[in-house]
Design a protein around this ligand. Structure first.
Ligand SMILES: [Zn+2]
Length: 301
């Protein structure tokens, strides 16, 4: 059996999956972020112990979390749970739990989950896209996650799309994430004269009601989605693209968004499916558990 842990800034969620990927147990606790790094380590270890007690046997453990382990220092980087940054999270958890662990970026866990038994099942090369608070992605080749030499495989959210675009926290301007994330869409609507307090969902709803400003923002959103994703498709040419995150619920992305993508891809007969995720918010924990394949479990000792 396999335990997956989704280590987020506000909650830590865990599941136990059996060999077929069926979910046997699920538990969720609050991330003790205010209490610091050691408290988070202990919370993860306790959650694993509780899940393992419920499963009644020793399990493999995979962790999904924002950010990545630096291949240079072995420490966490780019996490929005900032007290994890610079810490040897993997090493510390391995010694606390006394077994080898695997850890991956949450977008990579999403991509893996959807490729193995979600919307991307049966496709050879799957590009998993997260469009929510941020924009991320992950690449899976024939059921194998491609984390990349620097663990940034699939990070299309920080490709620069518009040089004079909004400032990004990464230090550049006009990154994909600043334009087609939820906050990016809302901010674009505001810049064009729309209401400041509105969220992305409100802009989508206003456009559906015929609001001209909101509709113009949606058209820019689809065009940017198409341009940004075409850069990925021209290099990777995946067999399927699976969308996740809050904005994956925008139905027009699968029609008008896909049409803009087809327009920008270097191919006049674009056939790549753009699919909605199957597992929704569960993809993070499921993909974390699936960092271990059933036949590998005997290697955890
Ligand atoms: Zn950026």
């Amino acid at each position: 059996m396999r335990i997956g842990i989704d280590l987020g800034g506000t909650k830590i969620e865990g599941v136990v999956l059996d060999d077929e990927g069926h979910e046997l147990l699920r538990k969720r606790i609050t991330t003790p972020q205010a209490e610091g790094y050691r408290a988070i380590l202990n919370a993860v270890a306790q959650l694993v112990e509780q899940l393992e007690a419920g499963a009644g046997r020793r399990c493999s453990v995979g962790i999904g979390t924002p950010g990545a382990i630096s291949t240079v220092t072995g420490c966490m980087k780019n996490s929005n749970t900032v007290c994890l940054n610079g810490q040897p999270l993997l090493e510390d958890l391995q010694s606390l739990l006394n077994r080898p662990l695997r850890i991956a970026n949450d977008a990579n866990c999403f991509a893996l989950s959807e490729a193995l038994d979600g919307a991307g099942k049966g496709y050879g090369v799957v590009f998993g896209v997260i469009m929510g608070t941020g924009v991320g992605g992950g690449v899976v080749f024939n059921g194998q996650l491609h984390a990349g030499r620097q663990h940034i495989g699939g990070e299309w959210g920080h490709n620069i799309l518009e040089r004079d675009g909004p400032d990004c926290y990464c230090g550049h301007r006009g990154c994909v994430e600043t334009l087609i994330s939820g906050p990016g869409l809302a901010a674009d609507f505001h810049r064009s004269g729309g209401g400041a307090a509105l969220a992305a969902g409100d802009v989508v709803a206003l456009a559906a009601q015929g609001d001209a400003l909101a509709e113009a923002a949606m058209q820019r959103f689809f065009d940017r989605f198409g341009r940004a994703l075409a850069m990925v498709v021209n290099i990777l040419d995946p067999d399927a693209i699976v969308l996740g995150g809050g904005l994956s619920n925008v139905q027009r992305l699968y029609s008008e968004g896909r049409e803009r993508l087809a327009h920008y891809v270097f191919n006049d007969e674009f056939i790549t499916p753009v699919l909605k995720n199957v597992h929704g918010d569960s993809s993070g924990v499921r993909g974390a558990a699936q960092l271990w394949r059933p036949h590998e479990i005997d290697r955890i000792g």
